[in-house]
Write a new protein. Structure first.
Length: 63
């Protein structure tokens, strides 16, 4: 596995087996697994933030 003394690891249960993996490897897997959620969230929020009806607040928020 190439583990060093200072490496962080994750111990998890998968299909009744204990699995030990380096934490950076697990983080990369999770990042890739949830990538589509981030893309969908950004797309949805862009629609909300680009709402022209909300631009009226800019008049009241001027300093």
């Amino acid at each position: 596995m190439g583990l060093k003394k200072e490496d962080n690891v994750v111990l998890m249960l998968r299909d009744g087996n204990l699995v030990l993996q380096k934490s950076d490897k697990v983080a990369k897997k999770l990042e890739k697994e949830f990538e589509h959620i981030q893309i969908m969230s950004e797309s949805s929020l862009k629609k909300i933030w680009s709402n022209k009806k909300d631009d009226i607040w800019n008049e009241y928020l001027k300093e």
